[in-house]
Design a binder for this molecule. Structure first.
Ligand code: F6R
Length: 605
């Protein structure tokens, strides 16, 4: 949901901003813009619709004068994706970029209009520019005018602001939307996400909500929005271990493709160091005390699908009842208080507004809170009672792939951690084999062996994904991945539900993709697939041990998985479903890494 970036230092800022914004493009790509100083200390603003490539064309050879500069990439919320609505927004000497929402926009706009302000855009952001500018013109210094303006604003924001009168200075603020500061030799960066400046520094400070920072070249002072600037202090920077390589496509055509094939590394890194003897995640119970009486998991989208798998692992291994909730629904229902309960939020970004809201709503009624996120320093990590990091590395493709694999991995570990008795070495060893098995499977996945099924799927009028047990969340995930990057009709169902309605959709031209990892339910699944075939549906089975002799009996085509443990099979099947969606979307010529209408991190409700 929009990405912002700021720079202050002795280098020409535009190449730095453009490379950073490119790495933030997964957050939005409706429009973009930069503001920078020229040799005469005049501010220039360049804005355009479309992606960063369009902005690069507009910027041309211009590099900007050393000093401060800001940039933005937009996912439209208030107002269409037009040049006028693109950031930065300027009011007199003040120019700013914003990620978030001003909730009292209307009241502030009316007040400013009464004072004679004319609005040039439909955005809520422009209100902020006018407010800061009017405080500044009334005599406050630059950082204090930002504080004065924001004292009137309700909502969430990450802001980067420059002022015509201070060409080296940058003021940034975080309130409810992510913002990180990176510091290098005589220069500093601020951005919505670490990959934006990972090529320049690994020294990072993750701002807290309600913090403001004043940056001049390598000097960074941070304070609370209410504290006077004289009390602001240099923050403690920590070194991030993320490899800049993660944020590059390398030899792959798309980030999504690269990230599918990084799935085994994501699982390996997530497991690494997390099993000590026969205990997994010892830090979990140390942080949260006793085993919970019940667990409620909240998440959105792909993370919700990982949670559905997690429920199956945890209930089977621990006997603890687990419910799984869509965060945006759960947070507005009456939440029954549970003193022995844990609320577990799962979020790749750690910034999804509904998931954070759901955790907070449950915390207020007495739940202990646990976050599972992929982003160190994210709001989820900082604000949950305890946090488990997945170690997938930065995920750039908008469609989540390796982060899903890492979430599934950590949930498997959680099921071991909460097991009441001794966990057998056999079980642990079998789990530790998963990343290696997945790796060798991924190596075999690049072959043309998928072409016939991909062709069939591409020509289908509708693709349904259906499974039972472990295969039901996998079906939901397969359908979501397929919809979001192919833009073709698809849906996921529990196979037993098909005959309660969806089977009416089945006719020649409809394809059913059936993951079949859960051997305990295979006989029942086969019966459901026979029912589909009897009505003209084309069945593609995906799993181990699918007998060739059954081709034409209960399935039409198949993707074989090796005969492995169910735990390994889940990751392999997920990789195939991701890859099928990817290949079809590429054939259709779609923008796979940045599918239409989507943004990676959904920081608004
Ligand atoms: C789908 C996808 C989304 C996210 C969802 C939650 O491929 O990426 O459905 O899973 O927006 O995002 P996080 O996990 O960041 O909370």
């Amino acid at each position: 949901m929009c990405g912002i970036m700021g720079y202050s230092g002795a280098r020409p800022p535009l190449p730095i901003l453009l490379s950073g914004l490119e790495r933030l493009e997964y957050r939005g790509y409706d429009s973009s813009g930069v503001a920078f100083f020229d040799d005469s200390d005049e501010i220039h603003v360049i804005r355009t619709t479309g992606k960063i490539s369009a902005l690069k064309d507009r910027v041309g050879k211009e590099e900007g004068h050393p000093g401060s500069a800001i940039g933005h990439i937009r996912w439209a919320t208030h107002g269409a994706a037009t040049v006028q609505n693109a950031h930065p927004h300027q009011s007199g000497p003040i120019v700013l970029v914003h990620n978030g929402i001003v909730e009292n926009e209307q009241a502030l706009k009316e007040e400013l209009r009464r004072e004679g302000v004319r609005f040039d855009s439909d955005t809520d952001t422009e209100v902020l520019a006018h407010l800061v500018s009017s405080a500044y013109r009334a005599g406050s210094d630059f950082p204090s005018s930002v504080q004065a303006a924001l004292s009137r604003v309700e909502g969430s924001y990450a802001l980067a602001i420059i002022s015509r009168d201070h060409p080296s200075d940058l003021v940034v603020v975080r309130q409810g939307a992510p913002l990180l500061i990176g510091v290098g030799e005589g220069e500093a960066f601020a951005a919505s996400d670490i990959p934006a400046f990972l090529h320049f520094t690994r020294q990072v400070y993750s701002m807290k909500n309600g913090e403001i920072a004043f940056i001049r070249h390598g000097s960074v002072k941070v304070g609370k929005l209410l504290d006077p600037p004289s009390e602001w202090k240099t923050p403690e920077f920590s070194t991030v271990s993320w490899d800049p390589f993660f944020a590059e496509k390398g030899t792959y055509r798309h980030f999504m493709e690269k990230e599918i094939f990084e799935g085994s590394r994501a699982v390996m890194d997530t497991f690494s160091g997390r099993i000590v003897g026969d205990r997994a995640l010892p830090e979990l119970l140390e942080a949260l005390g006793e085993r919970p009486g019940s667990i409620t998991m909240v998440a959105c989208g792909t993370s919700w699908h990982a949670a559905l798998l997690g429920r199956l692992f945890i209930e089977a291994a621990t006997g603890i009842p687990v419910s799984v909730e869509i965060a945006s629904e759960f947070r507005y229902r009456p939440i029954l208080s549970s003193r022995e309960g844990w609320i577990v939020g799962i979020s790749q970004s750690g910034e999804t507004a509904d998931t954070l809201g759901a955790i907070e709503a449950a915390r207020k009624t007495g739940y202990k809170t646990l976050g599972i996120t992929n982003v160190p320093g994210s709001t989820m990590e900082r604000e949950s009672g305890a946090c488990l990091l997945t170690h997938a590395g930065p995920e750039i493709g908008v469609a989540s792939t390796k982060a899903f694999q890492a979430q599934v991995a950590i949930l498997l570990l959680m099921s071991l951690a909460l097991s009441p008795g001794h966990v057998s070495m056999e079980r642990i060893e079998s789990l530790l084999r998963v990343p290696v098995r997945l790796e060798s499977f991924l190596e075999s996945m690049v072959s043309e062996r998928f072409d016939p099924v991909i062709d069939r799927i591409r020509q289908s009028t509708l693709v349904l994904f259906a499974g039972r047990g472990l295969d039901y969340p996998l079906s939901l995930e397969g359908a979501l991945k397929f919809k979001e990057i192919t833009y073709r009709p698809a849906d996921g169902y529990p196979s037993g539900e098909l005959k309660h309605g969806p089977i009416a959709l089945v006719e020649p031209g409809v394809t059913i993709v059936a993951p079949m990892i859960d051997s305990s339910l295979r006989t029942k699944e086969v019966s459901n697939l026979r029912e589909i075939r009897a009505r003209g549906g084309y069945v593609i089975a995906l799993g181990p041990d699918i007998e060739e002799s059954q081709r034409g009996v209960w399935y039409d085509d198949k993707v074989d998985l090796p005969h492995e443990s169910a735990s390994t099979g889940i990751f392999q099947a997920a990789a195939v479903l991701q890859y099928l969606a990817y290949r079809v979307a590429v054939m259709l010529g779609n923008d796979v890494d940045q599918p239409r209408n989507l943004a990676k991190s959904v920081t608004v409700e």
